[in-house]
Design a protein around this ligand. Structure first.
Ligand SMILES: Nc1ncnc2c1ncn2[C@@H]1O[C@H](COP(=O)(O)OP(=O)(O)O)[C@@H](O)[C@H]1O
Ligand SMILES: [Mg+2]
Length: 356
C-alpha cells in the first residue's frame, strides 16, 4: 500500500496561480475527499498526482519517493473521470480488459481479471453489452472496472458521480465505499458535493481559491469549522448567519443583533472581541423558545417533509433556514422566537471569517 504527500506544492498556468502552497499527507489506505467550489483547483491537484499536469513548484511524494518527474504509467495510479471515456466500439468486458491486453498479458490472465472485477462491481450480466446499451451507473462501474484491473496502489476519482441521477448517486457512493473497504487501496476522491464528502471520507480536505482551508474527519469539520467558509460549505442544509456583536452582562456573555435580539453564550466564552461578528447556527440547531429574549425568526416559507419541518425566513433581514424534527404550526408572516444551545453557536469575526 502507498501513501501520498504534497509538500509546498503550487501550480500556475502562465501568470495565473491556481494552487498555492499545498501541504497534505495522505496515509496508505486512506479515503481522502477533496471538496470545494468549482474552479478551486481540485482537478488540477488530482491531475498533478496522476502525472497528467506538470508541477510548478514543490514536491510530490508517492510511497515516500519524490515522484514529480515520474511518467504517469510508472506511478501505479488509476484515475476515474466524470466522463467515463469508455471505448464505444468495445463491449464492457473488452473495455475492462483493454489495459491488461495491450500490456501483453495472457488471454487467461486478462479473462480472470475481467471476471474478478465484474464480480466486485456486480457487472457479470452486462459484460457483453456495448456502452450505449448500459445505464449511467453501469458505465460508471465499467470505468471503475478498468481502473481496478490495473491493480493500482492509489485510486483517483474526479467527480465520478456528477452525471448520475440522485438515486443512483446514493447507491454508487455506497458501492465505492464498499469497494474501498474490500481493496483497502489509497483513494483520493474529488467532489463539489459536500454530502458525498461527508459520507465517504476518512478525512475531508476543504479547498477554496487554490488553497487548503481545513483538513479533518467529517464530523470534526462539521463541529469545529476553522473558517466561516468551511462552516457554510460543510453541512446540508447549510449554516445560517446572523450579524451582531458580543456584549457582556450580569448573566455572562451574549450575542446581540443591531435590533437588540439576544443569544446567550457559554459563561466561559470570551466577550472581549469588540468588532462585528456573525453568529452561525446550523438549521437543525435552532430551538423554538419564547421564554427568553431570543432571536425573532420571520417565517416566509414552510416545507413539511413528513419527518421534519423546514422553515425559510429571516432574522433581522438576513436569510436563515431552520429545520425542526417536530411539526410546527406557523404560517408565512408569523414570527417564531428561536434560540440555540450555546455549544451550537459558532462565532466568526465578520471581517476575517475566523472564529472568535
Ligand atoms: N489547462 C489550463 N490552462 C489554464 N487554466 C487552467 C487550466 N486548467 C485549469 N485551469 C484553471 O485552473 C483553475 C482550477 O481549475 P480546476 O482544477 O479544474 O478546478 P476544479 O476542479 O476545482 O473545478 C480554474 O481557474 C481553471 O480555469
Ligand atoms: Mg474539476
Amino acid at each position: 500500500m502507498t501513501g501520498v504527500a504534497f509538500r509546498n506544492l503550487s501550480k500556475s498556468f502562465g501568470q495565473h496561480k491556481v494552487l498555492e502552497d499545498i501541504n497534505l499527507d495522505i496515509d496508505s489506505g486512506e479515503f481522502v475527499v477533496l471538496v470545494g467550489p468549482s474552479g478551486c483547483g481540485k482537478s488540477t491537484l488530482l491531475r498533478m498526482l496522476a502525472g497528467l499536469e506538470p508541477i510548478s513548484n514543490g514536491d510530490l511524494l508517492i510511497g515516500g519517493t519524490r515522484a514529480n518527474d515520474l511518467p504517469p504509467q510508472k506511478r501505479n495510479i488509476a484515475m476515474v473521470f466524470q466522463s467515463y471515456a469508455l471505448f464505444p466500439h468495445l463491449t464492457a468486458s473488452e473495455n475492462i480488459g483493454f489495459g491488461p491486453k495491450i500490456r501483453g498479458e495472457s488471454a487467461a490472465v486478462v479473462d480472470k481479471k475481467i471476471k474478478d472485477a465484474a464480480a466486485i462491481l456486480n457487472l457479470h450480466d452486462y459484460l457483453d453489452r456495448y456502452p450505449r446499451q448500459l445505464s449511467g451507473g453501469q458505465r460508471q462501474r465499467v470505468a471503475m472496472g478498468r481502473a481496478i484491473v490495473r491493480e493500482p496502489k492509489v485510486f483517483l476519482f474526479d467527480e465520478p458521480l456528477s452525471n448520475l441521477d440522485a438515486q443512483l448517486r446514493v447507491q454508487m457512493r455506497t458501492e465505492i465505499k464498499a469497494l474501498h473497504q474490500r481493496l483497502k487501496s489509497t483513494v483520493v476522491y474529488v467532489t463539489h458535493d459536500q454530502i458525498e464528502a461527508m459520507t465517504m471520507a476518512d478525512r475531508i480536505v476543504v479547498m477554496n481559491q487554490g488553497k487548503i482551508l481545513q483538513v479533518g474527519a467529517p464530523l470534526e469539520l462539521y463541529d469545529r469549522p476553522a473558517t466561516k467558509f468551511v462552516a457554510s460549505f460543510i453541512g446540508s442544509p447549510s449554516m445560517s448567519f446572523v450579524s451582531g456583536g458580543l456584549r457582556s452582562s450580569a448573566s455572562g456573555a451574549h450575542f446581540e443583533t443591531a435590533t437588540g435580539e439576544k443569544l446567550s453564550l457559554n459563561g466561559g466564552r470570551s466577550s472581549s472581541f469588540s468588532g462585528p461578528v456573525e453568529a452561525g447556527i446550523r438549521p437543525e440547531h435552532f430551538i423554538i423558545d419564547d421564554s427568553t429574549n431570543g432571536l425573532q425568526l420571520k417565517v416566509d416559507v414552510i416545507e413539511p417533509t413528513g419527518s421534519e419541518t423546514h422553515i425559510y425566513g429571516s432574522i433581522g433581514g438576513e436569510q436563515v433556514r431552520a429545520v425542526f424534527r417536530d411539526r410546527v404550526s406557523v404560517r408565512p408572516g408569523d414570527t417564531l422566537p428561536v434560540t440555540a444551545d450555546p455549544k451550537n453557536i459558532h462565532l466568526f469575526d465578520k471581517a476575517t471569517g475566523l472564529p472568535v
